[in-house]
Structures are given as structure tokens and as C-alpha cells.
Design a protein around this ligand. Structure first.
Ligand SMILES: O=C(O)[C@H]1O[C@H](OP(=O)(O)OP(=O)(O)OC[C@H]2O[C@@H](n3ccc(=O)[nH]c3=O)[C@H](O)[C@@H]2O)[C@H](O)[C@@H](O)[C@H]1O
Length: 461
């Protein structure tokens, strides 16, 4: 039966092929299953190894911590909410950096303070840092060198500080890991917190910057301070603007401050309330200083006395505000050296915080002081003094004060600061402006009477 035999043979062959096909599939399945088991086992072993490594090894070394911190910092700052220059960011962390931080913060006199000065490249911050350093306190600066006004002026102040061995760490108040790192390295006795978004009128242009610095940044700093062990005592810059629409004169700390006229004022007032909270919950010693229109050498180019000087020298007209009922606007202009004495007095009389590691251990000091000159001067008079000092007539443009957050009048009663730390302003506006103009013409390289020709240097002011 060849035919049937042929048929049988072909059937057998087909069956053989089919069986071998099934065997192949089966062996592949077995192989897949066994490789899966192998893969899972390897993964488990790797996981166990990683866990063992993490348990057995100490936390990140400084340099690795710094690197990790910077990754975090970059991603945080890249949200665009908070400004920070990164020029020195690569140098943050590491043994050399820590050494600089420690050296700068170490007092050179017995029982000297160790002060973290925020806003150290700013106007008041740079003056206070130098004064503290001069008497032998340890000072570490902190500043983000933002461009609210010409950062080259901040860099020039930084150079002055570096000559006196005061190191400024470049960073933002909202950078928690960086601030914590500083407190890991140094047991600061005090913080002089002067970093802020300043300026009354700019708040209408960039309101968010006030929230980011004066509220979020302040809270971030307080969070780090409350968790530090030891907790530092904190002296910080509030503002005369908190008196807002208050009509009682001269302004006393007892007067109402619940009617701010600008967002700037509102954020400073909020700062005072936030200070109360951190004092109450965590035992932080907190002193707020209400500065009254501070002026002087190395001042802020956004302030009227500064840009009036520039504009008068350039022959540009200046706006002099008058109240809605056509009265003169006046300010209790306060000279920088007086303010520095007030800041140092507040630091010296600040009691220790009572908490540690985030826990309150007792009632702590909570203070607010006016630091003014006690002698308001109309803006028109300020301009006349400048005209005399500059030997040039101003092109005056008298206008009604725009509704921009300005208040018509400030006048400080400083008896509380006098009683508690002997604060007594000694420089009147004419004497203070003389010193300012001397600095101004020197800094910007202006020659008397040929000022316009040499004024290119001022353009960065
Ligand atoms: O004590 C404070 O807490 C604040 O002081 C400062 O604010 P102010 O007192 O408003 O100073 P500043 O701007 O120099 O204007 C001075 C005078 O010139 C008037 N002024 C202003 C501009 C103008 O073009 N014309 C004008 O007449 C203006 O109406 C005012 O009467 C700080 O900037 C602020 O950050 C905060 O610290």
C-alpha cells in the first residue's frame, strides 16, 4: 500500500514537525519564565544592596550635598519666582567655601557676636556689616544681587566688604537648603535681616517681588532660624511706611498701623505680625526696626535724593510731589550712620531666643522701634539743599502726588529706642546730604562744573 504508506509517511512527518514545533514553543516558554525569575531575583538583590549601602553609609559628604543642593536650587529658582545670580553658585559648598564662611563669621574680640547679615550688599546692609566687622564681630553676608537697581553698585559694596574680610554668600532668601547649610556650618548668635524688596512706588509695577522677598523669604528665614540650635536672635528691617494713613504725629510705636497705603507697607506690616507668630510659637527673639527714609553715601539709586542728584546734574527736570490739598510733602530723612548705630544698639540689647531645634522653652523678647531723625523736612527743601551742594539749579516740576502708595508726611518719635539702647540721631539733612554728594561725585567721577562731559559714568546709577 504504497499510496497509503506514502500517506502514512507524510502524516508521520507532519506529526513529527508539529510535535517539534510544540517542543520549541514549550522550551521557549520555559526559558522566558526562568529568565523572568532570574531578572526579578537580580532586581531584588540589587535593591537589598542599595538599602544596605544607604543604611551603612553616612549622609552625603559636603561636596555631594552641595551638588545635590544645587540641583534642587536650580530647579527651584528656574521657576522664575525668585531671582538669583548664579555667578558664584559653583563655589558654594566644599571645604574651601566652608572655611571662608567660618572665618568671616568668627568674632575677633572676646564675646563678639556672630551675625548673619542678609542684604549685605545693599545700602544699610553694607554699612552695618562694616560697622560690626570694625568692632570685631563675626559677619557673614548674604545677598542675591538682584537687579532691582544697578547690581554694579552692589558689587562695589561687596568689594568694600571683602577688603575687610567680610564674605558675602550669594543666594536667595527662599533657598532653604542653602540657609540651613549656613546654620550647619556656623552657630550664628544673631541675624540682621535687611534683605527685602524695597521701594514704595515700585510695588505697583512688580507686586509679586514684594511677596517673594518680604513675606515668603522672611518666613523661609524664620523657619531656618527656629529650627537652628542654638536659635539666633533676629533684628530685622520694618519700615516707617507701616504707619500708612495714621494721622497722629509724631509717629509712635503705640499708633495704629493697620492702614498701609502701599503693598510695600502691607508686606512690612505683615512681617511684624509674622514676627509675632514665630516669637509666640517658637521662642525666637525678634526686633523690628521701622526705618524712616534712610539716605547717605552708597545709597539706593531708586530713592528720590539719589535720582534727584543725578537728574539735576544732567539738567533733567524733577517731579516734586505735593499733597492733594497742595501742601508740601515731607519726610523724616534719616542719615545712614544714625541708622547703623540703631541697628547695632538693637543687636546688642537683643536677648537670646529661648527655643531650640524648633521647640519653645520660654517667653522670648519681641520688640518694635522707630529709627528716624525726629525732624521732617519738605521735599522742596531737600531739593534746595542739593542745588546748593551741586552748584546747579534744578528744573522743578511741581505736581500732585500720584496715587502710588506714597504718604504725605512721616515723623518719628524715637523715645523708645533712646530709652532701650540710647538711639539718638545726630546728623541733620544738610550735613548728611553733603556727605552723600561728596561720595556721589567721587564714585561717579564727576568734576565740578564739567559734570555733563564726564557724566557717562553715572549712566549706570
Ligand atoms: O521710610 C521708609 O520706610 C521708606 O523710605 C523710602 O521711601 P520714601 O520715603 O518714599 O523715599 P523716596 O522714595 O526717596 O521719596 C522721598 C520723598 O520724595 C518724594 N518724591 C519721590 C519721587 C519723586 O519723583 N518726587 C517726589 O517728590 C516722595 O513722595 C517722598 O516724600 C524707601 O524708598 C522705602 O524703601 C522705605 O524704606
Amino acid at each position: 500500500m504504497p499510496l497509503s504508506a506514502t500517506a502514512d509517511t507524510s502524516k508521520t512527518v507532519k506529526l513529527e514537525r508539529y510535535n517539534s514545533y510544540l517542543r520549541k514553543i514549550h522550551s521557549t516558554k520555559v526559558l522566558n519564565a526562568s529568565s523572568k525569575v532570574l531578572f526579578r531575583a537580580t532586581l531584588l538583590v540589587a535593591l537589598v544592596l542599595v538599602l544596605l549601602f544607604a543604611i551603612n553609609y553616612p549622609p552625603l559628604s559636603d561636596s555631594r550635598a552641595a551638588a545635590a543642593h544645587h540641583l534642587h536650587r536650580r530647579s527651584f529658582l528656574s521657576t522664575g519666582l525668585f531671582s538669583s545670580s548664579s555667578s558664584s553658585s559653583s563655589s558654594i559648598g566644599g571645604a574651601a567655601w566652608e572655611k571662608r564662611v567660618r572665618q568671616s563669621s568668627t568674632a575677633k574680640r572676646p564675646h563678639g557676636l556672630s551675625v548673619l547679615v542678609t542684604g549685605a550688599a545693599g545700602f544699610v546692609g553694607s554699612h552695618c556689616s562694616l560697622a560690626l566687622r570694625k568692632r570685631g564681630d563675626g559677619v557673614l553676608g548674604f545677598d542675591n544681587f538682584n537687579d532691582y537697581y544697578d547690581p554694579s553698585l552692589k558689587r562695589a559694596r561687596q568689594e568694600l566688604l571683602e577688603k575687610q574680610q567680610v564674605f558675602i554668600v550669594e543666594g536667595d532668601l527662599n533657598d532653604g537648603p542653602l540657609l540651613r547649610k549656613l546654620f550647619d556650618v556656623v552657630p550664628f548668635t544673631h541675624i540682621l535681616h535687611l534683605a527685602a524688596q524695597a521701594g514704595v512706588r515700585y510695588a505697583m509695577k512688580n507686586p509679586q517681588s514684594y511677596i517673594a522677598s518680604n513675606i515668603a523669604g522672611f518666613v523661609n528665614l524664620l523657619e531656618v532660624a527656629k529650627a537652628a540650635n542654638p536659635q539666633p536672635a533676629i533684628v530685622w528691617a520694618s519700615s516707617s511706611s507701616v504707619y500708612g494713613l495714621n494721622t497722629e504725629n509724631p509717629f509712635s510705636e503705640e499708633h495704629r498701623t493697620d492702614q498701609p497705603a502701599s503693598l510695600y507697607a502691607a508686606t512690612k506690616k505683615a512681617g511684624e505680625e509674622i514676627a509675632h507668630t514665630y516669637n509666640h510659637i517658637y521662642g525666637l527673639s525678634l526686633t523690628g526696626l521701622r526705618f524712616f527714609t534712610v539716605y547717605g553715601p552708597w545709597g539706593r539709586p531708586d530713592m528720590a535724593y539719589f535720582f534727584f542728584t543725578k537728574d539735576i546734574l544732567h539738567g533733567k527736570s524733577i517731579d516734586i510731589y505735593r499733597t492733594q490739598d497742595n501742601q508740601e510733602v515731607a519726610r523724616d530723612f534719616t542719615y545712614i550712620d544714625d541708622i547703623v548705630k540703631g541697628c547695632v544698639g538693637a543687636l546688642d540689647t537683643a536677648e537670646k531666643s529661648t527655643g531650640s531645634g524648633g521647640k519653645k522653652r520660654g517667653q522670648a523678647q519681641l520688640r518694635v522701634y522707630n529709627l528716624g531723625n525726629t525732624s521732617p523736612v519738605p521735599v522742596g527743601r531737600l531739593v534746595s539743599i542739593l542745588e546748593g551742594l551741586l552748584g546747579t539749579k534744578a528744573k522743578k516740576h511741581l505736581i500732585k502726588m500720584p496715587r502710588n502708595g506714597d504718604v504725605p508726611y512721616t515723623h518719628a518719635n524715637v523715645s523708645l529706642a533712646y530709652k532701650d539702647f540710647g538711639y539718638k540721631p545726630t546728623t541733620d539733612l544738610a550735613a548728611g546730604l553733603r556727605k552723600f554728594v561728596k561720595w556721589y561725585v567721587g564714585y561717579y567721577g564727576i568734576q565740578p562744573r564739567v559734570r555733563k562731559e564726564n557724566s557717562h559714568a553715572e549712566d549706570s546709577a
